[in-house]
Design a protein around this ligand. Sequence first.
Ligand code: GUN
Ligand code: ZN
Length: 458
Amino acid sequence: MTRMAIRADLLDFTSAPPWGSTGLGGVRWRPDHWLLIDGGRIAGAVPGEQPPGEDWQRDDQRGRLLMPGFIDTHVHCPQLDVIASHGKGLLDWLETYTFPAERRFADPAVAAQGAAHFLDALLAHGTTAAVVFPTVHAVSAEALFAAATQRGMRLITGKVLMDRHAPDSLRDAPHDEGAAAERACEALIQRWHGQGRNAYAVTVRFAVTSTPQQLAMAGGLLARHAGLYMQTHVAENRDEVRWVADLFPQARSYLDVYDQAGLLNERAVLAHGIWLDAQDRARLRDSGAQIAFCPSSNLFLGSGLFDWPAAIQAGHQVSLATDVGGGTSLSMLRTAAEAYKVVALQGHQVGSQLSAWTALHAATLGAAHGLGLAHEIGHLGAGALADLALWDWAVGPVATHRDAVARGQVAGLPAQDLHARVFAWMLLGDERNLHRAYVAGRPLYERGPHGPRFASGA
Ligand code: GUN
Ligand code: ZN
């Protein structure tokens, strides 16, 4: 593979920025630098006025922003079909819109086409790695692994487990005591876990849709196979929390249902976590599990306001996720903007608002750390794979003017600090700002003058 250098403003993180700080703690800012990429991996960076030699293929993107590709830690592939569906809270929304859409993925052709469409859509939003829910059908997980392999993307997924409180065509057979579902998981693990950039996640939809026997089976898979991930939903909606309390009267809390089944570890990703208490948060910290905060979904479905400062205080990991189709956009920029508003709504004291640094760190290096993948993704340090997103700082007249203000180019207004500029980009930007997405150094998406262009890899 050729050696390649991209000239742009480089932004990434070397550690978690302190909560609420708009200073440069944890931030690595290298304006106008060449990022050097050798064999699909980042090899270093040099200042713009010191270009690398002729043996590097140079791409001058001066004036654009180059960041690690975003990592979406919770998103549903089959739900692109029902994104932006009107008028329901979580449990009705699942019955009315989601389950009918997920039925279609029993068909291998639908699953293959859906997976390709979904991964290309992630790339077109600057997201290069994801933790994904397919459906209960093994073929839907198979299709995602195959499509990610073709593109060379880092993907974590696994067949959804559901053996009750779901339509017949979306349920694992209960009559064989879960043996068929377990065999399906084992076969997918053998075939895909650790193959290329794929990893398997034991995927319990939520406590409502799994019997205690199925939860125990899921815990057994995690105990038998080192290195598996676990993904599920927890404490999202008050009606759901009440239902779980009725179904599992012996559990101390919703989170405790998963804990008792052996599902909590440092590779566990639990979406939402709105209705947790202090004991739950301490347990998350001790187990190393992370909460995927999904603000656009939580607002859209009216689920509640996740308390990020409480998570910081408790010391457990938080990443940022879209949760499409409960979420209303695959854009991690829009998601970060919604996260800011959710924190603002809770009236925390001055100086405690969400910074652009904390949000963008959670969507890159923070997520990579939480997944045990910081050696591979989430930053622009030497040795990482070149999963990158190249952004325009501003699109359209309002954002362009706002960016000029931040840069001190509007008479009578002083230049602002870097955080102010990046915050305005984060609040006003979306997928229209994305110029190009790279996976392991290969440009797989580009928005050119004639519209978007995809290369499926391979
Ligand atoms: N809880 C169980 N399933 C789902 C789902 O598909 N989306 C969301 N947001 N919550 C869930
Ligand atoms: Zn979800």
